[in-house]
Write a protein that binds this ligand. Structure first.
Ligand code: SAM
Length: 240
């Protein structure tokens, strides 16, 4: 068993890395993240049965790859210099996406280092924040803890699980959720779906969201410099 939470397998815009430990811990053997992204809540409790759903084919593809790829294959992935592109290498597409998520902090992977990542790779100061030897080794080392995770590639509503679980529901925000590749609009459907899950339901949102009776939860930094803040709200429900 890992003695601490797993680190992120890839950086992702909107990740719950900082806030995840502040939500209620799981109360059931199964954790479901129907809006997986980088799955930061599940990374806290990787030994549970973990079920992810993700509609973005790139994010889902990276999880599918991670769940089954060998440590040796990850350790053989190339480290790029600041001008190289992943497309210069013969690699599975999912491996390119994985590396690409470490080349910029966004909701889509890059093919080459941009912005801060470019400067840091050029200066040799990636320090575990961008694709380098330490990140590659860490990803490889952690694979053994997610072999049992299950991935549903598609919409959250197609998940067939009908038993009590801990549902960590972190959709694109109603008010400020336009950054993702697939915009998300149907909050009436998600309201009904969330409220009819069995077990512990935790729903994350931003201040101003009206589709559930959200309560204030935290003020979080929403960009790298920390100048912008997000007022996070939460809805928690327990049902048999
Ligand atoms: C706010 S992010 C989740 C962040 C995640 N909690 C983390 O720690 O990284 C929302 C995710 O939901 C995905 N998504 C959007 N609509 C979806 C749908 N209908 N079904 C499944 N996933 C969806 C997006 O592609 C995005 O990856």
């Amino acid at each position: 068993m890992p003695d601490k939470r797993l680190n992120v397998f890839f950086g992702y815009f909107g990740s719950k890395w900082l806030l995840a430990p502040r939500y209620p811990p799981p109360e059931h053997g199964t954790i479901v993240e129907p809006f997986a992204g980088s799955a930061c809540y599940s990374l806290l409790y990787p030994n549970r049965r973990v079920v992810l759903a993700e509609r973005d084919p790139i994010v889902a593809g990276v999880w599918r790859y991670l769940i089954s790829v060998s440590e040796q294959e990850i350790m053989a992935l190339p480290l790029l210099d600041h001008e190289q592109s992943v497309d210069e290498f013969k690699l599975p597409q999912e491996a390119k996406w994985l590396i690409g998520f470490w080349l910029q902090r966004a909701s889509t992977p890059s093919v080459r280092a941009t912005g801060w990542a470019k400067t840091r790779i050029q200066n040799g100061t990636t320090s575990g924040a961008y694709w380098d030897a330490s990140i590659r080794a860490r990803v490889a080392r952690q694979l053994k803890w997610i072999r049992h995770w299950q991935l549903h590639e598609g919409n959250y509503w197609d998940l067939s699980l009908d038993k009590a679980a801990t549902w960590f529901i972190d959709p694109p925000y109603e008010v400020a959720g336009k950054t993702y590749v697939h915009d998300f609009h149907n909050f009436a459907h998600l309201q009904h779906w969330s409220m009819t899950r069995k077990g512990l339901v935790i729903v994350c949102e931003n201040e101003g969201a009206k589709w559930l009776p959200f309560k204030p939860f935290a003020v979080a930094r929403s960009n790298q410099g920390g100048a912008m803040t997000n007022r996070e709200v939460v809805y928690v429900q327990r049902s048999a």
